[in-house]
Design a protein around this ligand. Structure first.
Ligand code: SAM
Length: 235
């Protein structure tokens, strides 16, 4: 298994770390990511009003998956993550969807091997791929795109590293005005800088064959990458 992917997964398997992170994760007005999650649902719905299968990779407690399952009441969801601690939280938080959700423990570097189903209408991931280096990120996009059926969507809502230091400094200086300070007890996890850049992500989409892709939303370090697999492609 690729090195950075494995290292990233390890810390999340500690139940006390996972619980502390979930407690500190912003909700309500401090959650800058609420808008891009619903934007992703709207962009998908505009061209694919009734997706049947939505796979969320490195899903955590399932926040992105629940937004999409609410937006698409006909759809089934697959929750997947490497952390058994997150599995427990996700089972609780996604219980209201009943048997619409299947749970698959899987490292994001080995989705097929772990039994994550192909033929997804939508494959999403959020706040996890920034742990990968460029090569692993491109490997992830290749495998993820192969699990999306022709005409389906690949969505990644994640933090990026600005390509110029001056923008890193500007964003750091201003961002807290919009999110508030992190709680004193926030669970911190290791990041390997620089994080993949916007270019690394868009190159990854293109290398995976998803040329119909864009950054649909960006605020400070966070981006919504979204791309559609050509509908005429052979699966
Ligand atoms: C910051 S949380 C984000 C959770 C969720 N996607 C969200 O946005 O709320 C990162 C998640 O990625 C998962 N993760 C980290 N490395 C992983 C890997 N190599 N394979 C699968 N999941 C991984 C962790 O277990 C954790 O649930």
């Amino acid at each position: 298994m690729p090195e950075h992917s494995r290292a990233a997964a390890e810390v999340w398997s500690d139940p006390s770390f996972a619980e502390a992170w979930l407690r500190a994760d912003p909700t309500g007005a401090g959650d800058l990511l609420a808008l891009p999650r619903t934007m992703a649902a709207a962009l998908i719905a505009h061209e694919l009003p009734q997706p049947q299968l939505i796979v969320d990779v490195a899903s955590g407690a399932g926040v992105f998956l629940s937004v999409l399952l609410d937006a698409f009441p006909e759809a089934r969801g697959v929750w997947s993550d490497a952390s058994p601690a997150m599995l427990e939280s996700a089972r609780e938080r996604l219980a209201r969807f009943g048997d619409r959700v299947e749970f698959v423990l899987a490292d994001m570097a080995e989705l097929t091997k772990a039994g994550v189903p192909g033929d997804a209408d939508v494959l999403t991931t959020s706040r996890a791929s920034h742990h990968l280096d460029r090569e692993e990120l491109h490997g992830f996009y290749r495998e993820a795109a192969s699990l999306v059926r022709p005409g389906g969507w690949l969505v990644n809502l994640d933090h990026i590293g600005p390509e110029q230091d001056v923008w890193d400094k500007r964003y750091r200086a201003v961002r807290k005005q919009f999110t508030g300070p992190s709680p004193a007890n926030a669970a911190k996890h290791h990041h390997r800088y620089p994080l993949p850049s916007v270019t690394d992500h868009l190159d990854g989409y293109r290398a995976a064959g998803l040329t119909d892709s864009d950054v649909a939303w960006k605020a400070f370090f966070s981006c919504l990458f979204i791309g559609r697999r050509a509908s005429g492609e052979v699966g």
